[in-house]
Design a protein around this ligand. Sequence first.
Ligand code: CA
Length: 89
Amino acid sequence: MLKLTESQIDIHNMIRSLKNFKTEKKFQKEVIKIMVMFLSDAELKYIREVFRIIDVNHDGIISFQELKEFLIKYDEYNSDEEISQLIQS
Ligand SMILES: [Ca+2]
């Protein structure tokens, strides 16, 4: 069974994707819907694993604080406002 560890996941690349996501919200959401249909089990597993890492208390929700701590940990934190924008997108 494939088990991804935190070190195997390209966190910075993932954060970059998240940040770009807000720029063209509507278009990107449509693209993501289509992409999800074509994702392999391994890719879906990868996404779930990243979610699990951010969702520290494992309640199935990524809170503002969890996302902030995650970005600080990976040196990608800029401002609370940026996090708000990420959450709203
Ligand atoms: Ca949580």
